[in-house]
Design a binder for this molecule. Structure first.
Ligand SMILES: [Zn+2]
Length: 441
């Protein structure tokens, strides 16, 4: 490529990086070295190669980042093609990470995207430690919480002082229909995903009794056909396949029948598809806006040319265009980023182990999925319950119906909780509301 072209290609970036200005961070020094660092050294990890991921990869590559890794376990489906623009019809069934990387590498000269077709949980600390910045375009809260925990586990503390060189900034984008958010997390320094966990609504599920007896919404009728009528009538002699139009049609017709019975309106084919496949509607322009915000934040973090977003931006295009940015606060007893064990108030030692597990799953600020609990009593490690390993599950199942007192747990005692939402075991301190151990009548 001729030198003049190469020079002109980055001339806009040079204007920002080689001159000072009123919005620069105080530590910013205009220099040609910044662009060189961005292009030659800065390693960015993009998590997710879906709607946000395609946008992020394109933006970062066109901004001059050349050492990009992308990780995604999914393969390309037909329904992705309307917005995941790095994929074509011929790519159906192929790995998203691999196809996206190949597309960018062919299209953007000098850029090298390395794909990883696997779960984020398949990679260890040494993999994540190599990156300067991690940017997430995920649709799963569990995955977000896991990567948040992983990046926090890489922090080094010396004499309780955080070693700033161990901080890997996490830029996180999320969208749902016309709504989205973008945030910048400086692990150990600013609010992390767990600090603000109560912002995430629990997964949308409908109580079975409502579905069966008192449906009010079209969704209730569809859910009824899906979870009750389908298994009973088994029309196609198989499980529901959300991509099979015959299946969706059957559920659609039965849902209409049920909706008519209860005078409920609003059952449509699209809604049936949405409820059956649990689809969050994807809007390409929301993805583009959020990804652009995230990519800009990555650029600012990599170059110091401007202060970072502080630290949580929400976008709502449902009714007009609305955006707002505020500073989410770090929780002093955060389960993710503080060193202090979280205290958990429970009634007393008479509650059963299964009740404790339910509390861990249902509390908005904990939202665990399948917690396993171990405890150290008198210097001995004891597994109270673990669902993930079949043999241990069988051995510990009987504990579920025992009370905490029967299991030897006392007020102020710490339990160790393992869960899919975190790479590291969490310590939770039990606080009995009456302050006493047992029935001190
Ligand atoms: Zn936190």
């Amino acid at each position: 490529m001729n030198p003049d072209h190469t020079h002109r290609r980055w001339s806009h970036l040079r204007k920002i990086l080689e001159r000072s200005g009123p919005f620069c961070r105080p530590d910013f020094e205009p220099s040609p070295n910044t662009l060189e660092f961005l292009m030659e050294n800065c390693k960015v990890l993009v998590i997710g190669a879906g709607g946000l991921g395609c946008e992020l990869l394109k933006n970062l590559a066109l901004m001059g980042f050349r050492k990009i890794d992308v990780i995604d376990m999914d393969t390309i489906e037909l329904s992705n093609l309307n917005r995941q623009f790095l994929f074509r019809h011929k790519d159906l069934g192929s790995s998203k990470a691999e196809v996206a990387a190949k597309f960018i590498n062919e299209r953007v000269p000098g850029c090298s995207v390395t794909p990883h077709c696997c779960k984020i949980q398949d990679k260890d600390e040494s993999f994540y430690r190599q990156f300067h910045i991690v940017v997430c375009g995920l649709d799963s809260i569990v995955a977000r919480r896991w990567i948040n925990g992983m990046i926090i586990s890489l922090l080094n503390y010396e004499d309780n002082e955080l070693d700033h060189s161990s901080v890997i900034p996490l830029v996180d984008g999320g969208t749902e229909g016309f709504k989205g958010n973008a945030r910048v997390i400086l692990p150990g320094l600013s609010a992390c995903i767990e600090c603000t966990l109560d912002l995430y609504p629990p997964q949308r599920t409908y109580p079975l009794c409502t579905i069966a007896n008192t449906p009010r919404l079209p969704e209730h009728c569809i859910e009824y056909v899906k979870v009750i009528q389908w298994p009973k009538e088994n029309p196609y002699d198989c499980e529901i396949d959300g991509d099979d139009p015959q299946h969706i049609n059957w559920i659609y017709e039965k849902s209409i029948e049920r909706a008519t019975q209860f005078s409920i309106r609003g059952v449509t084919y699209r809604l049936v598809q949405g409820v059956v496949k649990n689809i969050i509607p994807a809007v390409a322009s929301t993805n583009a806006t959020i990804a652009a915000t995230c990519a800009t934040e990555v650029f600012k973090l990599a170059t110091s040319c401007s202060g970072s977003l502080s630290n949580y931006m929400v976008l709502n295009n449902t009714d007009g265009i609305y955006t707002y940015t505020y500073e989410a606060e770090k929780r002093t007893d955060c389960l993710g980023c503080s060193e202090i064990p979280r205290e958990l108030e429970i009634r007393d030692g008479n509650i059963k182990l299964k009740d404790l597990i339910e509390i861990l799953c249902e509390r908005h600020d904990l939202q665990m999925k399948d917690p396993g609990i171990t405890v150290n009593i008198n210097g001995k490690n004891k597994t109270l319950y673990m669902h993930t390993v079949a043999s241990i599950e069988v051995q510990t199942r009987a504990n579920l119906t025992k009370t905490l007192t029967e299991l030897g747990l006392k007020n102020d005692m710490e339990i160790n909780v393992a869960d899919v939402t975190t790479p590291k075991t969490k310590i939770i301190k039990l606080k009995f509301q009456n302050g006493n151990d047992v029935e001190m009548a």
